[in-house]
Design a protein around this ligand. Structure first.
Ligand code: FAD
Length: 352
């Protein structure tokens, strides 16, 4: 069994690490200062500038096919990059989150157009998006079983967004559709097959969430190590204390385990295998462990960990989301338990 990364995979990963060190880390203190003052940590002009730099270096649209201007990278490669999804993907509604089949947003046929009415909520990127992928009921009798369709709806077709204040720094949006007229050409995929499409996308890309947490955890654990190696109490470095060593050790082990779970799920995607179980396992483990790791690193920093002068409390808030979106911990456990109890997946059978 060969676990080594290819030369190309290593080069792309190292390139991203250099980009983060050179372009992002130096901005950290200024971002924290602005957020402490209640301002956005990064302005939209600065974000555009960073995106341009990434584009100039050829690092953009990592999963977009090369024919469409992206990099067309494999899933393993994407997992190594902590790719950030930019799309505004609108399925959740005030009355339909985990139970996505309960959506009520409707699309009614009018000539060759469709008229959309309804409200979506908690939509990541919904405040900034120029268009939304909106899932609406086109056949109420069939509902999620052949009666939900995905529409690509430009903002200038008439929907509006409202910012939702959360404990994170990037607020999602509520999207409001009141008689929004959409031409038939805006249907994505086939009429009535939107729900399957949504489940396929979410199921295929779930590994990206814990993949992103790996980057945060690497940085956090390094901060914990650096602090433990410089902070003394009672005449001794805290790194010499077993209580601190165990926190570092557990965090290091869990980070390694998470990395392999994510890469295994990504490998299954690249190999064209059914990766749904592996993705749920990686998402659940990543959400739970990233939250335990950030809590330990905050603890190692004592009072300073609790301040907004260090980025730890920010991660503490941001990583909490991982246990909620794209399927809560409870929903992942439900999927994993169902697969095991019904024999869809054998215990210990992940290698076939
Ligand atoms: C910041 C943020 C960004 C988001 N981005 C997007 C986005 O871009 N697009 C989008 O469409 N959605 C998005 N969401 C929505 C997100 O996917 C939902 O919030 C999530 O699926 C949970 O749904 P809910 O909030 O309605 O909770 P509910 O479904 O009401 O669940 C409430 C609680 O009950 C538990 N529960 C529910 N059903 C079961 C069950 N059968 N067994 C055991 N426990 C259960 C849940 O785990 C949870 O603990 C986002 C959410 C947030 C907070």
């Amino acid at each position: 069994m060969d676990f080594t990364l290819s030369t190309e995979e290593r080069e792309v990963r190292d390139w991203v690490r250099t980009f983060v060190q050179k372009e992002l880390v130096p901005r950290e203190q200024e971002v924290l200062r602005r957020e402490r003052d209640g301002k956005p940590g990064i302005t939209s002009d600065e974000l555009t500038e960073l995106q341009l730099k990434a584009k100039e270096s050829g690092f953009w649209g990592v999963q977009t096919p090369e024919s469409h201007g992206g990099m067309g990278l494999s899933a393993v490669m994407t997992a190594l990059l902590e790719a950030e999804r930019k799309s505004c993907f609108a399925i959740t509604e005030p009355g339909a989150g985990s139970d996505a089949k309960a959506i009520r947003t409707s699309a009614r046929k009018d000539g060759t157009d469709w008229i959309i009415n309804g409200e979506k909520t908690f939509i990541t990127g919904g405040n900034e998006a120029d268009f939304a992928m909106v899932f609406a009921i086109t056949d109420p009798e069939k509902g999620a079983n052949g009666g939900v369709t995905c529409f690509l709806v430009d903002r200038d077709m008439g929907w509006r967004s409202e910012y939702i204040d959360t404990m994170g720094e990037w607020g999602p949006a509520a999207l409001i559709f009141e008689d929004v007229r959409v031409p038939e050409t805006q249907i994505l995929g086939e009429l009535g097959h939107g729900f399957d499409l949504a489940m396929q996308w979410i199921g295929r890309g779930r590994y990206l969430l814990p993949a992103r947490a790996i980057g945060s955890c690497e940085r956090l654990i390094q901060m914990g190590i650096d602090h433990a190696n410089t902070r003394s109490t009672f005449g001794q470095l805290i790194a010499e204390r077993q209580a601190i060593q165990w926190m570092i050790a557990d965090s290091g082990v869990e980070l390694e385990a998470l990395r392999w779970l994510v890469l295994h799920a990504a490998w299954q995607v690249d190999a064209g295998l059914d990766s749904r179980h592996a993705q749920s396992v990686a998402k659940l483990y990543g959400g739970v462990k990233a939250n335990e790791i950030v809590d330990r690193i905050l603890q190692i920093h004592g009072g300073m960990g609790y301040t907004r002068e260090l980025p730890i409390e920010r991660w503490y808030r941001e990583l909490r989301l991982l246990r909620i979106y794209e399927g809560t911990d409870e929903i992942q456990r439900r999927t994993i338990a169902r697969n095991l109890l019904k024999g869809h997946v054998k215990v210990g059978g992940s290698l076939g």
